[in-house]
Design a protein around this ligand. Structure first.
Ligand SMILES: [Zn+2]
Length: 224
């Protein structure tokens, strides 16, 4: 069976995490979300993990070369021999170029970059409508999953709040960063013929089915 080396792209709130976890189950591939990977490297106390921890402890962003190094360590593990799913890396063009070099060193290629496309106003509606329970983190949504009583958790009766990340100005800032830093990767991967777009405005099951269908097509094309 050929390798399935995948990158997931999409704005915040596009459902990359949900789709990444489904792909991990369906294809039995490791799912590498950047935050988890960094935490993993810190826990395993690898040299890069210790370096990453120094930045994180200071509240600084972990630099590109450290993140790239941590990802490269994971891609070399036996668990990633048949493929992997990357989410949150690469996030910038220099990171994408670093990933290309690392894969080339390993004699491997990306199979596809899947863009889960969601317009800004839909992102703002999805994230801005979230209400989180202060006590236990239960999540509701004013449109998609409203609590029975406004601003009260159905499960434990705690107050529901808008988390910092879900405030309109923070969402707009995150979208701005996405458009500025990450969107150039769409053209980068399109030029390489690796980009596959999926309409992320549909329900998660629909989006999942479309991704599975396009991966099945890719595998068939490879086998020909
Ligand atoms: Zn609750």
């Amino acid at each position: 069976m050929s390798e399935l080396n995948l990158v997931l792209l999409g704005p915040p709130g596009s459902g990359k995490g949900t789709q990444g976890e489904r792909l991990q189950e369906d294809f039995e591939l490791p799912y590498y979300a950047t935050g988890n990977i960094l935490r993993g490297a810190v826990e395993e106390r690898t040299e890069l993990g210790r370096t990453a921890k120094e930045y994180m402890d200071r509240g600084d962003l972990v630099p590109d070369d450290v993140i790239s190094g941590v990802i490269a360590e994971r891609l070399q593990k036996p668990e990633a021999a048949d493929g992997f799913i990357l989410d949150g890396f690469p996030r910038t063009r220099p990171q994408a170029e670093a990933l290309d070099r690392e894969l080339a060193d390993l004699g491997r290629d990306l199979t596809a970059t899947i863009l889960i496309d969601v317009p800004d106003e839909e992102v703002e509606r999805r994230l801005g409508g979230r209400r989180t329970c202060v006590e236990n983190g239960h999540v509701f949504h004013v449109d998609f999953n409203p609590p029975e009583k406004e601003d009260v958790c159905d499960i434990d009766g705690s107050r529901l709040i808008v988390r910092e990340d879900d405030k309109p100005e923070v969402i707009r800032h995150r979208l701005g960063t996405y458009h500025e830093k990450t969107e150039p990767l769409i053209a980068f991967y399109d030029d390489k013929g690796l980009l596959r777009r999926v309409d992320g405005t549909e329900a998660p099951d629909e989006v999942g089915d479309r991704i599975r269908a396009l991966l099945a097509t890719l595998r068939m094309e490879e086998d020909i």
